[in-house]
Design a protein around this ligand. Structure first.
Ligand SMILES: [Zn+2]
Ligand SMILES: [Zn+2]
Ligand SMILES: [Zn+2]
Length: 172
């Protein structure tokens, strides 16, 4: 059987262990299939490493860019950002305080939870879990200005998609 020595590994192998190559001796490549396979594997591995490296570098460069942009934005909007954060915190604090004030008032009997949802749209779809809605806002003077709404109506009241479910509620 005709054999051929692989240029790479130096092993004499039968022709079927080489890929075809019209220009090669016996119409076969000088390097055996096995060696080509190994070479390809190494090539891809090296390429993947190179790609990863390239990506990493790109991200790093980009990260700097992004950071710079962010820093610039923060520097230019420092006061605005600080203010809106303060506002947000204050608003949430008021909300929390307003809620606990209602809870205390209910406990001590100052506020009484009604039997039914106080929304003006009484289509029979209200559920029984009533929540206190602060129709006048969360400032301290308004902490006990609440109307009791079912979960559904309360959600609607806070959503822009629906008309007010309490109308011009005046606290009576
Ligand atoms: Zn070989
Ligand atoms: Zn309701
Ligand atoms: Zn509410």
């Amino acid at each position: 059987m005709t054999t051929k020595e692989c240029r790479k590994c130096g092993i004499k192998k039968t022709l079927d262990e080489y890929n075809s190559d019209k220009k090669g001796v016996h119409g076969k490549k000088e390097t055996c299939k096995e060696c080509i396979k190994v070479y390809r594997k190494e090539f891809y591995a090296k390429n993947i490493d190179r790609n990863l490296e390239r990506n990493r570098k790109y991200r790093e460069a980009n990260r700097e860019d992004i950071r710079e942009r962010q820093n610039k934005f923060y520097a230019e909007n420092r006061e605005k950002i600080r203010e809106s954060r303060r506002e947000y915190d204050a608003n949430n604090k008021d909300k929390r305080n307003a809620r606990s004030a209602v809870a205390r008032a209910i406990k001590s009997g100052i506020l009484v939870i009604p039997k039914e949802c106080q929304s003006v749209i009484d289509d029979g779809s209200c559920d029984y879990s009533l929540e206190a809605h602060h129709y006048a806002g969360y400032e301290e003077k308004n902490w006990l200005k609440v109307v009791f709404l079912c979960t559904k109506c309360h959600h609607k009241e806070h959503s822009d998609k629906y008309d007010s479910v309490i109308g011009e509620y005046d606290g009576n």
